[in-house]
Design a protein around this ligand. Structure first.
Ligand code: LLP
Length: 431
């Protein structure tokens, strides 16, 4: 559900705060998060594991939305943190994240990234390929340390999601393939390693997933492999990390399951396999990103130019677009939106919301039903909390938009709007 409430002025509210007041105070485009929803989302994962009495870790996949304030909320909720780059790790350190709760991913980690992770004694590195093993071994020797790792494997599960965000199938740049013996090669190198401590396996089957079946199939495939490793190498995992990917509702076409349903199905699959194959129940780790922040965020825009092509389409342009939310342009992602200063007015027509970038594909929403809209109105797009700010660009030299957190009815600026000085700050003169 969307945080859709209106107040006595007939304005859209988020977390009890008037969105029109926010637009006036901070300008647009503006990302606004209802922090209580972020906390609720995080807790529903954590609590389900607790209720099931299963040892588990929930890591927030910070790629969905990384900023110091956000990571502080994740820290307060006791989550672990998934980072995939030096920049995400740096942000975590700046947020004061307990380093033992940080897990590092990446399909092309540099020696510097690995060195930085070891230096800060992060909790775990997820090894993606043979290059990782070599670099990690070298860096651990250089620093005279050991490191807990998970081995990321590609189980070969194909799921109903957009092909660009499908990561668990065989033809993937991520992880060691199970089918062609790569993973076996890797376990041979790792199960007895002196400095690299293989805690278990990791797999991530994709993103925006609406059924539990993919997770269950992945668990079966992983255990099938683990049974062989037990027989062959006497290897027993302590941890099984099943990644993220739990779907959220963007429009009414999306029907996600409750967080507890994903967790329960996954736990059951692990329990069943663990009993049948006589492998001790491992700790279960998950890495939700979108399902923690996606529906907690909205984006506010100011409506400007309108172009009517009678009988064809009416274009309504806003002061942002693909530079603050590339998902419609990149994945044909769909969103719902309302005119925030008149959310309850009678719908009179359908318009298409265009971004401001110099690119025909910069369309945010096609065929949005709206009341009588005019320049100066504020558009609120729902469920933009994940992969919007984090994928923002400077195309056409748009400064990145600001981020505001709302909690207990109070608004707080947590990422400043970039200025034009920020946009040119690394440019050097050539005359
Ligand atoms: N763990 C791993 C290893 C991942 O690769 C990802 C996402 C996650 C966890 C978190 O997945 P989530 O729970 O957020 O679905 N930019 C795309 C999504 C890319 C997801 C990449 N990996 C989008 O905007 O839809």
């Amino acid at each position: 559900h969307h945080p859709f409430q209106t107040n006595e002025n007939g304005h859209l509210e988020i977390g009890g705060v008037d969105t029109i007041t926010l637009a006036e105070k901070y300008g647009t485009p503006l990302y606004v998060y209802d922090v209580s929803m972020i906390r609720e989302n995080a807790r529903s994962f954590v609590n389900t594991f607790k209720e099931l009495n299963v040892k588990a870790k929930v890591a927030y996949a910070s790629k969905a939305f990384s900023s110091i304030a956000m990571l502080q909320v994740a820290k307060q909720e006791g989550l672990c943190l998934d980072v995939i780059s030096e920049g995400e790790l740096y942000t975590a350190l700046q947020a004061g994240y307990p380093t033992e709760r940080i897990h590092m991913h990446g399909n092309n980690k540099s020696a510097e990234e690995i060195a930085m992770a070891i230096e800060h004694d992060i909790g775990c590195i997820v090894i993606d390929n043979f290059h990782d093993i070599k670099l990690l071994d070298e860096q651990l020797n250089a620093q005279n340390k050991t490191m807990d790792v998970l081995m990321r494997v590609t189980p070969g599960v194909e799921l109903k999601t957009h092909e660009y965000i499908m990561t668990g199938n065989e033809d993937s740049k991520f992880g060691f393939n199970l089918q062609n013996g790569q993973a076996v090669q890797a376990i041979k190198q790792l199960y007895n390693h002196k400095t690299i401590r293989l805690k278990g396996l990791h797999c991530h089957i994709g993103s925006q997933i609406f059924e539990t079946e993919g997770f269950q199939v992945a668990v079966d495939i992983l255990f099938n492999e683990l049974a062989k490793w037990k027989a062959e190498y006497d290897y027993v995992p302590e941890v099984l990390n099943l990644g993220g990917g739990f779907g959220i509702r963007y429009t009414k076409a999306d029907q996600p399951l409750g967080h507890h349903e994903y967790v329960e199905a996954t736990v059951q699959a692990v329990q069943k396999n663990s009993e049948e194959l006589d492998i001790p129940m491992p700790e279960i780790w998950i890495e939700p990103g979108r399902s923690i922040v996606g529906n907690a965020g909205i984006t506010l825009y100011t409506i400007g130019a309108m172009k009517d092509i009678p009988g064809v389409r009416e274009y309504v342009s806003v002061d942002g677009g693909m530079t603050d939310n590339i998902r419609p342009a990149l994945y044909q992602a769909k969103y719902e939106a309302v005119i925030a200063n008149k959310p309850l007015e009678k719908i009179t027509r359908e318009v298409s919301i265009a971004g401001k970038a110099c690119e025909s594909g910069d369309m945010l929403i096609w065929d949005l039903p709206v009341p009588d809209v005019e320049p100066g109105d504020i558009l609120a797009v729902f469920s933009t909390g994940a992969y919007s700010y984090s994928m923002a660009s400077h195309y056409n030299r748009f400064p990145n938009a600001a981020v505001v957190f709302i909690e207990d009815g109070i608004d707080k600026l947590v990422v400043k709007r970039e200025t034009y000085e920020d946009v040119v700050k690394n440019d050097l003169s050539y005359e």
